[in-house]
Design a protein around this ligand. Structure first.
Ligand SMILES: [Zn+2]
Length: 190
């Protein structure tokens, strides 16, 4: 980790991390806590790790955010909003990579790729993918990171502009690393 990256502290566990590894929260005029997805909104922000345990802690103990924002806060919807924002970021990253031809879907295509000894940066499983399909795909690409996605096969296929896809492979590209990070984040919050 470079020293030049600005550091922030998670309000829940007090761990210091690079700012872009944390989720920025802001408070609306009515006290509602929102996710600042682009981390660009003006005003006071609070940060939380992209981890379920830290988000849950902020929901369970609203006084933490009340202190951070120096204002009354309503954190009842926070867990749902954090998950929604992270899922949306992962879907946006998936569609962006799909548009650049960075995703490959369908069992037959994945098998063909594996036969040609080509590797992948990662595998994405639809929420309703059968265990057998997941096992087969991970066996084809041994050691490749796998991500469980909250989209079902129909929606995952739609994102890549195809019919239903239970398993999608991520090719190595300039964008694949970012996509893996977004998928890991969404998974850690789910
Ligand atoms: Zn934390």
């Amino acid at each position: 980790m470079s020293r030049a990256r600005p550091q922030r502290t998670c309000a829940a566990c007090r761990t210091e991390r690079a700012r872009d590894e944390l989720i920025r929260l802001v408070v609306g005029p009515n006290g509602s806590v929102f996710v600042d997805v682009r981390a660009k909104l003006p005003g006071r922000g609070a940060y939380v790790c992209p981890q379920r345990s830290c988000v849950d802690r902020l929901c369970a103990r609203p006084e933490i955010l009340r202190r951070a924002f120096k204002a009354p806060v309503d954190s009842t919807e926070l867990a749902a909003r954090v998950l929604e924002a992270s899922t949306q970021r992962a879907i946006d990253a998936l569609s962006l990579v799909a548009r650049t031809g960075g995703l490959i879907g369908g069992a037959a295509q994945l098998e063909r790729l594996a036969r040609r000894q080509q590797s992948l940066a990662g595998l994405v499983f639809a929420a309703d993918a059968a265990d057998r399909a997941k096992r087969n795909a991970s066996k084809l690409f041994d050691g490749v990171p796998c991500f469980q996605c909250s989209l079902d096969a129909a929606s995952l296929g739609e994102v890549i502009g195809k019919g239903p896809r239970a398993v999608v492979g991520i090719r190595y590209s300039a964008l694949s690393e970012t996509l893996l990070q977004e998928l890991a984040r969404a998974e850690a919050l789910g």
